[in-house]
Design a protein around this ligand. Structure first.
Ligand code: PMP
Ligand code: GLU
Length: 417
């Protein structure tokens, strides 16, 4: 057989423009890099990936084992088992006094899939999505896949990384179709208070064609007050989608379980999409999720207490770290310092210059893996996950301090005018 067709095939470019243009997930990329270096024998402290280091609570594990023995081994309804959807209906009623129908609840393979389902279900090419920054890393990639346009609205540490209703309103155009944010926020840890959500709602009521997508996956990792949602604000329930999941509050990242609660039309569209993509999420994981959503919350509260302690430790340890401007996070499990003070400092013959190079510097000189704020729409910052042991937090910060002292401090420091 001639080898010509094979040669031709090797020369062709097979991947779509869609994928060629897509940014790789920076959190996952850094986590993979850190893992590879560890395998090569380097002692890396990996603060790149945000995932609880706790085990899934025992009663959830047991429910999964029981589900295996009980032969929950078949395809499930696309949106999930009816009793699981009902558990979310109850949760929405109890926690947010929001009455929804089971048909409005769709379970998916992680909140990540819930998000892409909603974006693909709602957005048309050219639609605009208001994206307060810093935003979670995958939102922009997902918006891009939906062929829509992200309209990024920067915020500062001084404002607690929150944008005002006026800022949002100034960015609205006839093409604006969606507002997308997380609260508690990954990466900043900012938590929108009821009054702040109300102020957004007052403005949004003037623009009934904007759908709000509220990512509440960190609802249980919150260090003060009660969890609030846009769905509770007057006139907003009918056009709010809540995205949530089991990964963070129940330490179930690997189980891949998320859900959306959406207006019926959007929910039906998500079911249609999911029916073509994944059929449904795993049957065993769904039975485990039922135990999580309807069982005791002691383990979740214990984990949240541990995250609070780690936050306090990390803030205390970084208090006098030079060139480190970090608001105290009210939720989630990240530090998101502004490190632009160091951009003028010379490393390997060149100014540090930007946050991505700072993450390179920290990986090489401190052996600490972090993620550049660029990936979250805040190019002056870096993100560190503190969902790890207190020893790791202390050691990582000690290493960063040493690296700043030994490799940067003798250089010109502040590049800003
Ligand atoms: N939203 C935010 C804000 C997140 O931090 C994460 C974490 N991966 C997700 C969504 C997706 O979570 P998962 O797919 O693990 O449920
Ligand atoms: N939510 C985590 C993070 O932001 C997991 C990584 C991911 O899903 O991209 O690090």
């Amino acid at each position: 057989m001639s080898s010509q067709p094979n040669q031709l095939a090797e020369q062709l470019q097979w991947t779509s423009k869609r994928v060629a243009q897509l940014q790789e997930s920076q959190t996952l990329a850094m986590a993979a890099r850190s893992r590879a270096l560890t395998e090569q024998g380097f002692e890396i402290i990996n603060l790149s990936l945000g995932e609880p280091d706790f085990d899934t609570p025992a009663h959830i594990q047991e429910a999964a084992c029981q589900a295996i023995h009980d032969n929950f081994s078949r395809y499930t309804p696309v949106a999930g088992y009816p009793d699981l959807r009902q558990a979310v209906v109850r949760k929405m009623d109890q926690d947010l006094q929001w009455q929804v129908r089971p048909e409005q609840v769709i379970f998916s393979t992680g909140a990540k899939q819930s998000l892409i389902n909603v974006l693909m279900a709602v957005l048309n090419p050219g639609d605009e999505v208001l994206l307060p920054a810093p935003y979670w890393v995958s939102y922009t990639g997902m918006i891009q896949m939906a062929e829509a346009q992200a309209v990024v609205l920067p915020s500062t540490a001084e404002s607690g990384y929150k944008v005002t209703a006026e800022t949002l309103e100034a960015a609205i155009t006839p093409r604006t179709r969606m507002l997308l944010y997380s609260s508690p926020c990954n990466p900043s840890g900012a938590v929108l208070q009821k009054t702040e959500l109300e102020a957004w709602a007052v403005m949004l009521r003037k623009y009934p064609n904007i759908l709000v997508v509220s990512d509440e996956i960190y609802e249980h990792i919150r260090f003060q007050g009660q969890h609030c949602s846009m769905a509770q604000c007057e006139g907003m329930a009918a056009r709010t989608v809540i995205v949530n999941g089991m990964s963070k509050g129940f330490a179930m990242t690997g189980w891949r379980l998320g859900y959306a609660v959406a207006p019926l039309e959007v929910a039906n569209a998500c079911v249609k999409l999911q029916g073509q993509f994944t059929s449904a999420t795993c049957s065993i994981a769904q039975r485990a999720a039922l135990a999580a959503l309807s069982g005791p919350m002691d383990d979740t509260h214990r984990m949240c207490d541990a995250f609070r302690q780690r936050r306090d430790l990390a803030i205390a340890e970084t208090a006098n770290l030079p060139g480190w401007d970090c608001p105290v996070p009210d939720g989630a499990f990240y530090l998101f310092p502004n490190i632009s003070y160091w951009f003028g400092a010379i490393w390997q013959g060149e100014p540090i210059g930007n946050a991505e190079r700072m993450t390179e510097f920290l990986l090489e000189e401190a052996r600490v893996a972090t993620v550049s704020g660029e990936a979250f729409g805040s190019p002056d910052c870096i993100r560190l996950s503190i969902a790890c042991s207190e020893d790791n937090i202390k050691n990582a910060i000690a290493r960063i301090r040493l690296a700043f002292q030994n490799s940067l401090s003798q250089n010109p420091l502040d590049s800003r005018p």
